[in-house]
Design a binder for this molecule. Sequence first.
Ligand SMILES: Cc1ncc(COP(=O)(O)O)c(C=O)c1O
Length: 364
Amino acid sequence: MTDELSELVTHWVRPEIRALSAYHVQDASGLVKLDAMENPYTWPDELRDEWAQLIRDTDVNRYPDPAARALSERLAETMGVPQGMRLILGNGSDEIIQMLAMALSGAGRCAMSVDPGFVMYRMIATFCGMHYVGVPLRAEDFSLDVAALKQAMQQHQPAVVFLAYPNNPTANLYDEQAIVEIIEAAPGLVVVDEAYAPFTDHSFMSLLGRYDNLLVMRTVSKMGLAGLRLGLLAGPAPWLDEFDKVRLPYNVNVLTQVSAEFALRHKAVFDAQTRQIRAERERLLAAFAELPGVQVFPSQANFILLRTRAGKADQWFEGLKARGVLIKNLNGAHPLLQDCLRPTVGKPEENRRMLEAFAEVARS
Ligand SMILES: Cc1ncc(COP(=O)(O)O)c(C=O)c1O
């Protein structure tokens, strides 16, 4: 880059954007990919054939249905959205976080979540010029520190508090009553982000409408449709009507609309896959608990948080990679995540390879 170009960029791009690092995606070529909380299972052939036919009959010369009505109805039904609540859809739930931030940002406006939490809350708040406050979880078990959250809400008056339930990257489910206390004390919105809903039996969806400031966000990514990029926000219409104004027209493309609606008609296939993932999670939790020098945290998600012996996480992460297994290294991401690794639950054979690699690196 020439000096002139560099000066231009520095002059015009906002300093808080220049200070960011772009969202990093690891190269997984040739590796067992257990780093991104994806469903490892693909579709059975019969489903693929029917889907291919449907795509063949889909026209792409016209813009898609801007309100994605057929898909929205199917989503409301399969996700148990209570009657009378509105839905808006996003290009992944990431885009929904962005819509919320765009609609709520402004001078002195704050977005709040917990740390360690989902990194996109902080990043998107920053993109949209919002002040972000992350309130630390309790170090011993990553539970919510309700007193600290209430104090921070009092001090910063957040327009929105995001709570991932279960949380990423810690995999735990917070106490339900603790979340209710936060909803009741929040000055603005509380968005319960249920990205990992397929892997737990707990949800705030049925509580929509009971609290004026509660919204629930979901995604189809973790149930097995990450490639389609589709998320949803459910809640009272007065909020969602406003957020809908910042949604780009046609944000959910026609192939996603048709494919997701089709997939949800065959939800039993995905339910069977998530049951397998849950069973494998329990097997992995038990196996990790047997590994010397490993602390395993409870998981209600499709990934597991582990702590290695002090100072070993980087070495174990590299050791796994050298053995063909890619997970996520969280060491250094946050002080509470020191020595932590986050493997995603894969297929039995992938998990077997991962456990074998863990056993080897734990011995070295
Ligand atoms: C807690 C949480 N929320 C939202 C998302 C984003 O999901 P999507 O794929 O729908 O953008 C993720 C992705 O990992 C997540 O962990």
